[in-house]
Design a protein around this ligand. Structure first.
Ligand SMILES: [Zn+2]
Length: 294
């Protein structure tokens, strides 16, 4: 058994936001796209902890929603930090932050430090398409986040394929390359969600391989079964190496239990040995995010 099972991609909402779901759809178009359908699940910290207990997940990285409105982002961040503080290390908070178009990255240094001091471990799930500022403004803030001790979970957007709520507004492979060019500090840690929108193919380019060797970028498997054939695991291992792949479920969009089972089956089908399995299900995340294994 892996030493520690870590799910790097879950979403939590404060109970107030779950209750106010309908009003919030009027306040944020991207939220309406993803959560306007009442069938789209929203979970609280209690829901997540109960799921983790049932599935045998030791630690979950919990992100918020990337709001356009600063007050909603702050409320959401506050809830994630509170839930994490009460979780005995089981919830690792990645918080939303609004970057206004007028903001300079320098002006955000204090804000990032403050969030880190309150217990934040990262920003997420970053959607440059849902912000009052530009994607470049956000990239500039992420470039200095590592120095404050904050990693980033960024939404990956495929440039091809079927439509689904929330597909757009994240990082395409091109956007991710541009982000990583700006995020050059060795302290940078970026998890590119949903296999980075297809970025792993480019690891066959020497300069992209060099980027991966720097240890600043990893990919999560979130919502794989909704996007790709399970063979994506074997192909990605060939392209980027299992050491750059982190299990993420996208709970509660995906049931944590069903997703873990699907990933275990995909790892088996990909011929992953016990070391690779342990790495993808937790070891890589523990190393990448410097999570205490004790
Ligand atoms: Zn996402």
């Amino acid at each position: 058994m892996p030493r520690m099972i870590i799910d790097v991609h879950t979403h939590l909402f404060p109970p107030r936001m779950v209750a106010a779901r309908r009003q919030l759809t009027a306040a944020d178009a991207a939220f309406a796209e993803m959560y306007g359908d009442e069938a789209a699940r929203m979970a609280t910290a209690d829901d997540l902890l109960a799921s983790m207990d049932g599935v045998g997940v030791d630690v979950s990285l919990a992100a918020g929603f990337w709001w356009r409105d600063a007050a909603l982002a702050e409320e959401h961040a506050g809830y994630l930090l509170e839930a994490a503080a009460a979780s005995d290390g089981r919830i690792v908070p990645f918080v939303p932050l609004v970057v206004p178009s007028t903001g300079s990255p320098g002006a955000f240094g204090g804000r990032l430090t403050e969030l880190a001091a309150r217990g934040a471990r990262g920003l997420g799930e970053v959607r440059p398409g849902n912000t009052p500022g530009s994607g470049e403004d956000i990239d500039a803030v992420l470039a200095v986040a590592g120095e404050a001790g904050l990693a980033a979970l960024v939404h990956g957007s495929e440039e091809v394929g079927h439509r689904y709520p929330g597909k757009d507004g994240g990082y395409t492979p091109g956007g991710l390359w541009a982000l990583m060019e700006v995020c050059a500090a060795p302290s940078t840690r970026v998890i590119a969600a949903h296999w980075g929108g297809g970025f792993p193919f480019y690891a066959l380019m020497p300069e992209v391989r060099e980027l991966l060797s720097s240890g600043r970028l990893a990919f999560d498997t979130a919502a794989t079964s909704l996007l790709y054939d399970a063979a994506v695991f074997a192909r990605a291992f060939e392209l980027v190496g299992a050491e750059h792949v982190l299990w993420g479920s996208d709970y509660p969009l995906r049931d944590q239990s069903a997703d873990r089972a699907a990933v275990e089956a995909a790892l088996h089908a990909a011929g992953a040995g016990s070391a690779a399995r342990e790495a993808v299900l937790g070891g890589n995340a523990a190393r990448f995010l410097s999570l205490d294994a004790g």
